[in-house]
Design a binder for this molecule. Structure first.
Ligand code: MTE
Ligand code: MO
Length: 398
């Protein structure tokens, strides 16, 4: 990997200039601007030249979702303003001074926490991706979107700050029979999911912070449950209740939705973990290469079961696989950025990437996935994504 990187850089300035099309800087020293710039501001804004935007497909709040423009994001963190959204009854406007979280059921004490109460408890900050189980669902039918945003944009990655659910449950005291926790939101659909107590005591968070500021209303302001690595639907937003029980409630969201219908008519239920996945973003569908020469292939990989160990890239339709360099830090259940220097000769090319996580799980092809699970489901598609570079430099969905 190191060797590849060196040879990319050792092309030398002159070679790089011709291979990437950049010009030597003859009259670079133009006169500096003489006018004053803008004044300081209380809350920042982006340059008017920057146009990255969420893509939304639905005008009604009840079925709304919007997608992160993954191909325009640098590094591994998603700006809150570009975090994907999925909500089933619109975004409620909750007053943080009035919002409360009730913890009850099989606990020694029934407790109500205000936001101020929660902020007095020890806080933790961790970087994790969040991905809707339906992300890249259209790939089951080979109808994947023409861009990375369209096919895979229901995934984002943030630093989340809040209180461990474990800390909270310790405050309440757990009874012996407790095995499940029903989490309920304060939006009009009363979104509820049954979560095994084991997960709650492992790495579940009650988050109030997102990338350094308060959660955005779209992400569940003022409080959300955050279940690292699990299907996004379980990370209940606008969280208002944790009901400790001894069995799952079998809510709409875990029976008619978010189950995976197999070829034999049986359904997988409680398919919580998001399996390892990767995606090449540069280049990716909808982009146009200016012409043959040096490029950096770059993308993201993630696994709901742990850390990304390896990402391999194939430049020839899957014959040969080359290990890509992985950016540090490689955090568990978080996006990991991979990179591979590449010299495109101008020929029609199929690009694809394959992730391996630290459990040894290898990202399958869509064909392997369908052989195992049929193609009835909309959920949990983590198959290898292929992009085609046409001889014209146009990048298209395969
Ligand atoms: N209360 C509530 N929580 C919810 C939802 C919702 O509609 N209401 N949508 C779920 C779904 S399907 C997903 S994928 C994630 C999306 O989180 P985000 O909008 O912050 O990206 O929130 C989950 N939590
Ligand atoms: Mo979702």
């Amino acid at each position: 990997m190191k060797k590849n990187r060196r040879s990319f850089l050792s092309l030398g300035a002159a070679a790089l200039a011709t291979s990437t099309g950049c010009q030597p800087g003859a009259d670079a020293a133009k006169a500096p601007p003489s006018e004053l710039g803008a004044a300081v501001s209380e809350y920042g804004s982006r340059s008017p030249f920057e146009k990255a935007a969420r893509l939304h497909n639905s005008p009604t709040p009840a079925t709304a979702s919007s997608r992160t423009p993954l191909e325009e994001i640098h590094g591994i963190l998603t700006p809150p303003s570009l975090h994907f959204e999925r909500h089933h009854a619109g975004v409620p406007q909750l007053d943080p001074a009035k919002h409360e979280l009730l913890v009850h059921g099989l606990t020694d004490r029934q407790l109500i926490f205000s936001l101020a109460d929660l902020k007095r408890l020890p806080s933790v900050s961790r970087i994790h991706f969040l991905e809707c189980a339906g992300n890249s669902g259209s790939e089951w039918r080979g109808a994947g979107g023409d861009t990375a945003q369209r096919s895979h944009g229901l995934a984002s990655c943030s630093e989340w700050t809040g209180v461990s659910v474990k800390t909270l449950l310790a405050e309440c005291g757990l009874q012996k029979a407790a095995t499940w926790v029903i989490a309920e939101g304060a939006d009009a659909c009363l979104m509820a999911r049954s979560i095994p107590l084991e997960k709650m005591l492992d790495d579940a968070l009650i988050a109030y912070g997102q990338n350094g500021e308060a959660l955005r209303p779209e992400q569940g302001y003022p409080l959300r449950l955050l279940l690292p690595g699990w299907e996004g639907n379980t990370s209940i937003k606008w969280l208002r209740r944790l009901h400790v029980t001894s069995e799952p409630m079998r809510s709409r969201e875990e029976t008619s939705h978010y189950t995976d219908l197999l070829a034999d008519g049986q359904a997988r239920e409680f398919s919580f973990e998001m399996d390892a996945k990767s995606l090449i973003l540069k280049p990716s569908g909808g982009q146009q290469l200016p012409g043959p020469g040096a490029f950096e292939i770059s993308g993201i990989a993630w696994s709901g079961r742990g850390r990304i160990e390896k990402v391999e890239v194939s430049l020839d339709g899957g014959e040969k696989w080359i290990a890509a360099a992985l950016d540090e830090p490689r955090l568990p259940k978080a996006f990991t950025r991979f990179r591979l220097p590449w010299s495109w000769k101008g020929a029609d090319t199929i690009l694809q990437s394959r992730a391996t996580d630290d459990t040894g799980y290898v990202q399958p092809t869509t064909e392997q996935l369908i052989a195992a699970r049929g193609s009835n489901s909309n959920y949990h598609h983590n198959g290898i994504k292929r992009w085609r570079i046409e001889a014209s430099g146009k990048v298209t969905n395969v």
